[in-house]
Design a binder for this molecule. Structure first.
Ligand code: C5P
Length: 243
């Protein structure tokens, strides 16, 4: 596979074309951002950890019947994925109140939700990724009603599978964000990444103390992300080896 021109540079990844029109080359970067890019840092080792974590998670999801754009690992910081047309949506699932949800509704972070919540935001940095509901998505033509049903079904299936995966490694899956797109043959499919950058992962001690194993360490200046991400990777790789 040959790497061709760069197509896109995001906050944490670069995307390149390849000699196969259906395959893209993803390069993870050591950059961390928070607050819509307001806070930015280079964190050595993050690219490799996230590239490897998302690969093992996509493999574990596949074993649970959830397909994704992931094709194959390439190097420590690179992987091949299917080329897709992305929905301009951040698809968020929540199992426990935290972050913007806890703040918006004035509930304590850590409050268990009686059922998972599926939320959508429009992916638009200039607008600060505003919240949108199902009617808004269809009314603005961001997805068709059929596509939205499929996105919602897949988001719930990803949540069920991730809850199973993270409980197997002793970590609470508080919430996460995914992105979806459409393949060249019209199939709605999970894309982007699933990493501690895009999930809240807590280890809850018996006395209720929460240890954060995700990007909130960086967002909230609570400590170094690298040891936390290393622990998540090690545990996921062990789970994958045991399965
Ligand atoms: O900030 P908020 O509580 O809305 O985040 C919900 C979940 O979505 C968190 O797991 C967070 O890491 C993820 N997220 C993300 N990218 C964003 C916004 C949220 O990965 N731009």
């Amino acid at each position: 596979m040959e790497q061709l021109e760069q197509l896109y540079e995001g906050k944490a990844k670069k995307l390149y074309a390849t000699d196969d029109p259906d395959i893209l080359w993803v390069e993870y970067m050591d950059q961390a951002t928070a607050g819509n890019g307001a806070k930015k840092a280079q964190i050595a080792g993050k690219a490799s950890l996230n590239n490897r974590i998302t690969a093992v998670i996509f493999d574990l999801l596949k074993a649970r019947g959830v397909d994704s754009h992931f094709v194959a690992p390439l190097s420590d910081t690179e992987q091949l994925v299917r080329r897709m047309t992305m929905f301009p949506l951040e698809i968020i699932m929540r199992n426990t109140a935290a972050g913007s949800f806890a703040k918006r509704y004035g509930v304590d972070e850590g409050t268990e939700l009686k059922r998972p919540i599926l939320e959508f935001c429009v992916k638009n940095d200039d607008l600060g990724d505003p919240f949108i509901n199902d009617d808004g998505i269809v009314a603005l033509g961001l997805a068709s009603p059929e596509q939205l049903d499929e996105i919602s079904r897949q988001a719930r299936a990803v949540n069920d599978a991730l809850l199973d995966i993270f409980s197997a490694i002793g970590v609470r899956l508080v919430d996460f964000k995914i992105e979806e797109g459409v393949t060249s043959d019209g199939r709605v499919l999970l894309a982007d990444e699933i990493t501690p950058d895009t999930c809240r992962l807590w280890r809850v001690e018996s006395d209720g103390t929460v240890e954060h194993l995700d990007k909130d360490l960086f967002r909230r200046d609570m400590g170094d992300i690298i040891p936390a991400y290393e622990e998540i990777l090690e545990r996921l790789e062990q789970l994958a080896a045991d399965e």
